[in-house]
Design a protein around this ligand. Structure first.
Ligand code: AP5
Length: 237
């Protein structure tokens, strides 16, 4: 499928304002993989709500203690907890020119809140890249995923293995298997996506902010498709 650029005539008029780039798609669509690359290309911070929660869990904060059992079951964390964390994060100076969201928003309520925050903080444009993937590919991608402990670099034991088993090619650190990447929990996460997150496709389509991207292509080709869309919208590099 070719990437399609969404219609947004105001883009050229407000280049000085920040851009909210959202990667929307099911677990395993490649949001994290692409967010790392897109964030680097456009010098924007990569904001993964999943990573933020995993950090809270590691640090055993109150938020982490509330999120942990839900994440272990593959359920979403309640909107109010997500929102206060996100609002605090995007108020930080490194987000002034925009940010790349990976895993947020995930419910209609979160999307409405993001719209409100963006208006309040005067973020000019929102770009929603809808990562379209055949559901049958997702289980293999997720059960095979391994993540570098130090730098978050993403591998797949079937399709993108590291040169040395269990070791990150880029920084030599240990690769881990995420505890929610087991078949039972993955099924729950996919179900949560269908019920709670998929309605965002319609939400952003109506607002003419959605650009579909073929996320079944090779990762480099997916990056190129996304870059075409964002370059076309004159996001500065
Ligand atoms: P989160 O961490 O956001 O996980 P997710 O959405 O389930 O997405 P994943 O990280 O599993 O997949 P991805 O799309 O990033 O794929 P990746 O690039 O790694 O959320 C975890 C939990 O936190 C949630 O279940 C929830 O409990 C909570 N949470 C987080 N945000 C929340 C929110 N906003 N509201 C409420 N709760 C929230 O790639 C996957 C694999 O595929 C890798 O092995 C990769 O190498 C491979 N791959 C990637 N691209 C390609 C390609 N093009 N071709 C072949 N293989 C590829």
């Amino acid at each position: 499928m070719a990437a399609v650029t969404a219609d947004r005539s105001s883009v050229g008029a407000i280049p000085q304002l920040g851009h909210a780039v959202i990667l929307l798609g099911p677990p395993g669509a490649g949001k994290g993989t692409q967010a790392q690359r897109i964030a680097a290309r456009y010098h924007l911070p990569h904001l993964s709500t999943g990573d933020m929660f995993r950090d809270h869990i590691r640090r055993e904060t109150e938020l982490g203690k509330r999120a942990k059992p839900l994440m272990e079951r593959g359920e979403l964390v309640p909107d109010d907890l997500v929102l206060s964390m996100v609002e605090e994060r995007i108020a930080q100076p490194d987000c002034r020119n925009g940010f790349v969201f990976d895993g947020f928003p995930r419910t209609l309520a979160q999307a409405g809140d993001l719209e409100r925050i963006c208006q309040k903080q005067k973020f000019g444009c929102t770009f929603v890249l809808h990562m379209v993937v055949e559901p049958t590919l997702l289980m293999r991608r997720l059960t095979g995923r391994r993540i570098c402990k130090a730098g978050g670099h993403i591998y797949n034991i079937y399709d993108r293995p590291p040169k040395r088993e269990g070791i990150c090619d880029q920084d030599g650190s240990e690769l881990i298997h995420r505890p929610d990447d087991t078949e039972g929990v993955i099924s729950e996460r996919l179900h949560a996506y269908e019920v709670q997150t998929r309605p965002l496709v319609e939400y952003y389509t109506v607002r003419k902010l959605l650009s579909p991207v073929d996320a079944m292509a090779q990762a480099d080709d997916v990056t190129a498709s996304i870059a075409r869309i964002l370059d076309g919208a004159q996001i500065p590099r």
